[in-house]
Design a protein around this ligand. Sequence first.
Ligand code: 5GP
Ligand code: ZN
Length: 117
Amino acid sequence: MDCLFCKIIDGEIPSTKIYEDEYVYCFKDIAPIAPIHYLIIPKVHISGADQINGENSVMTAKVFEAAAKIAKSEGIESYRIINNCGDDAGQTVKHLHFHFLAGVKMGWGPESLGITK
Ligand code: 5GP
Ligand code: ZN
């Protein structure tokens, strides 16, 4: 399958690995928007959050489990996890991924989420 993140999991495309287990892979985002910006992805190909179902939803739980482990191991007390689903929400890579952001005081509200209207 021609999927960028599947290629990253396979090591076909290099990435800076942060964490890996049987279910998920975590690596640095190539264009960070925060001092700490990781992507956490399930190792199985799921094209987006709209494709989560009873068969594969355990993968999302594994992503959040990994996030908690990563935060603990790096001494991160606050973090934000973001998923963009669909074009208007800003999803550019069609392999389910969660942005893990930390290392800065974050705002909350329409502007901080990029909502302009
Ligand atoms: P989305 O916009 O789909 O929610 O997030 C995709 C993310 O993947 C973006 O933050 C983008 O910077 C990151 N990204 C795109 N291509 C690559 C790549 O080749 N390597 C890494 N490490 N990150 C990438
Ligand atoms: Zn994929």
